[in-house]
Design a protein around this ligand. Sequence first.
Ligand SMILES: C[S@@+](CC[C@H](N)C(=O)[O-])C[C@H]1O[C@@H](n2cnc3c(N)ncnc32)[C@H](O)[C@@H]1O
Length: 342
Amino acid sequence: MSSIAKVLIHASQFPEKIRHDLLDSLHARRVNHKFHYDSVKQTQKWLALHQACSPARNDADCAAIYDRGFAAAVARTKSKAVHVIGLGCGGGQKDTRLLKLLKKAGREIFYTPCDVSTAMVLTARRTALKVLQEKNCFPFVCDLVATDDLPAILASRFTSHVSRLTHHASRIITFFGMIPNFEPQIILPKLASLVRPNDFLLFSANLAPGADYVAGMEKVLPQYDNPLTRDWLMTFLLDLGVEKKDGELRFAIEDGGFDLKRIVACFHFKRSRRIEIDDERFNFRSGGIIRLFFSYRYTPERVRKVLARFGLEVRDQWITRSKEEGVFLCRNSEGRALRVPD
Ligand SMILES: C[S@@+](CC[C@H](N)C(=O)[O-])C[C@H]1O[C@@H](n2cnc3c(N)ncnc32)[C@H](O)[C@@H]1O
């Protein structure tokens, strides 16, 4: 592997935009999730948490639903060359399993690991290079929510060099573990605009198990409240100068839109704390609250229904025996994605 990596960085992750978004989060007392993956330290903590707690890494049944989803996507993608675009790629482990399968099936493979965190993109690149040629990997840093030109950028494949290499490839877009942390009405129109009529979208979500939605939410609540998750989420506040003794991190269930419920993690201040960022000051009084995190839990029916509202049609699905995680193979049913001529 070369000691140099070429990484494209979208303006949505330029320093001035990140600063603006950080100030917005503190003003609103609602932290944009991207700030939990911002630093190398947070990336390391999340990767350790993922390694220790993610069912996809630790539960054979969960790994199997991804494998079935990958096999179905490979079988249905007929072209000789396939470009996998990993949106919110994280460490790239799932995408690399898909790439490995495509390679085994004799396809020429290309990979765009795309994430808000440069450290994540580089980790995903390193993972993928075990099965992929370096010249076929196009790391891309961007904030999916803060971009309007992504369909055009991805469709024109970034640069003439990438375009030349991938113009004949079919596309599989992955969106694993992402939907819980976004408002559906914000992220789903963006996602739908990226999925072209011939693309496949592989999508996964943590689910609330069982027929009783409320009981399912209550069952999964304790999974969030563990030392690794607390440590990862608190890093954002501690790095801004908040001390653990300033308050308490509490997890709860609340209602969201689209008939969905979510787990929320809020820090409740027990004493006053001032955060200063350059000339901006944020005063948190005793009793004040800042929301650090939320995670929507869908059910398979809710996934189908909410995706359909945004023109994404679930064609196939694989659900774990525990009913706590699902993989969905989708198409853009309305052809809403931007068409850019080859
Ligand atoms: C829960 S992890 C999922 C990682 C990976 N897809 C997986 O399933 O293992 C969420 C990922 O989304 C990325 N992310 C968060 N907000 C984002 C945004 N606004 N735009 C792009 N990526 C974002 C994070 O950096 C992180 O890698």
